[in-house]
Design a protein around this ligand. Sequence first.
Ligand code: NAD
Length: 492
Amino acid sequence: MSSSASLQLDGRAFIHGQRCAALSGQTFDDISPVDGRIICQVADGDAPDIDAAVAAARRAFNDRRWAGQAPAQRKKIMLQWADLIAAHADELALMETLDMGKPVRYAKSVDVRSTVNCIRWYAEACDKVYDEIAPTGDAALALITREALGVVGVIVPWNYPMIMAAWKLGPALASGNSVVLKPSEKSPLTALRLAELAVQAGLPEGVFNVVPGTGPKAGTPLALHMDVDCIAFTGSTRVGKQIHVMAGQSNLKRAWTELGGKSPNIVFADCPDLQAAVDAAASAMFFNQGQSCNAPSRLLLQDGIYDQFVERLQQRLQDYQPADPRLPETTMGALVDNIQLQTVMGYIQSGLEQGAQLLGGGQQALQNSGGFYVEPTVFAGVSPSMRIAREEIFGPVLGVFRFTDAQQAVSMANDSSYGLNAGVWTADINKAHTVARMLRVGTVHVNSYDEDDITVPFGGFKQSGIGRDKSLHAFDKYTELKTTWIKLRTVL
Ligand code: NAD
């Protein structure tokens, strides 16, 4: 296991296979949410750094040093990269914990593991996905091929820094693109390390570049860049809308946005395993300190089980008490920074002011640590018009609602501008299927929540975004379809 003292933290950019300072020479402080200390100086990238990274990526794409390699060779290099990430699991996990505050046990068992799995899965896809021949008849041979877009700009958030990057890097690189990645300014370190490991594994220089920096200074020039063919964004709905505007204002680059959520979790009175539903409601909500786009932050309980469910849920809160995320037994770490802490505390205050009933939590925790911790918080008596019912809080705050029948549950669940995930708990397969079909969301979990696999697409309806990460469908984002129509003459 790496220790904080032995960890090498390097915040310089990574362009054309080399570490480099920002061209301006500017840096910003990387503050650890674990204890509020500065852990590293990070290159404060802006437009000239983005220009340099895009130029490196363009050169790499145009000379086909990556796109021109046989798919089996691309597979081999990506598998070596995944192996190297796995070999550095302890280092990467601790780096992630120090950078954004999640418990180190999950940084390793979830973030590193999922990243490795994702890169391996897309590596394997390199030489297993076939193109098509259209049924045109004997007079023509019409090929439908998928071709790499060119230079892909990737902008990701801080909640799952490695996984969010891997969901885009896997399919973008497997299909032969070059990438310029801008990680969140709140969690830049693991992305930079992933790029170093990629080159170590044999990825040609310039194919994968990373420019750290803020959204306005580094993200905007990437989204507006005239030589970037696609922008793949994960983050808030507010910034996601700007990304589509910037794509339209510049070169009509392809824009894909994976955005926020306010996901409903519906528990019917005939739930087959109430304790499993209680456990999942708590674990999916409080995992990652509630900073998950698909967190089931609206819990809808049917009349018959309401009291019993709430009582059991309150008992589970003790399992999610904030503690130092570097300790192996910790289940709930720190929020990413003081801004997020203040945002979450503001929502808790608004819940109290608007008349919701606090069932547990509600306080800042571990203030003497210097870090940014909040107790797992549950509100009952939440009405649909309250801010805590409508807005994405992105912290450990759960709202509980009561419903009478399936019709009401569906209309409450769909009463949101978001449409990312939902849960449905019932023993009745007909009810489960009917309700699942009526929910306007990208993923419905039945008798579970947050079970996951790289084989299924992830993304949202409505203002939760446009496009899908994961699965073979993700290739749609990073490839153009080309038709090659070959006219034939019958010779026999
Ligand atoms: P954010 O939108 O503030 O930032 C996301 C990224 O965009 C960061 O890298 C940031 O620097 C950059 N950015 C900010 N302003 C920009 C601008 N003007 N131009 C270009 N880039 C800019 O989001 P966040 O706070 O980092 O992340 C939390 C959000 O991400 C939540 O809303 C969460 O639901 C969402 N999220 C969605 C998914 C999904 O798959 N749907 C997954 C994880 C997180």
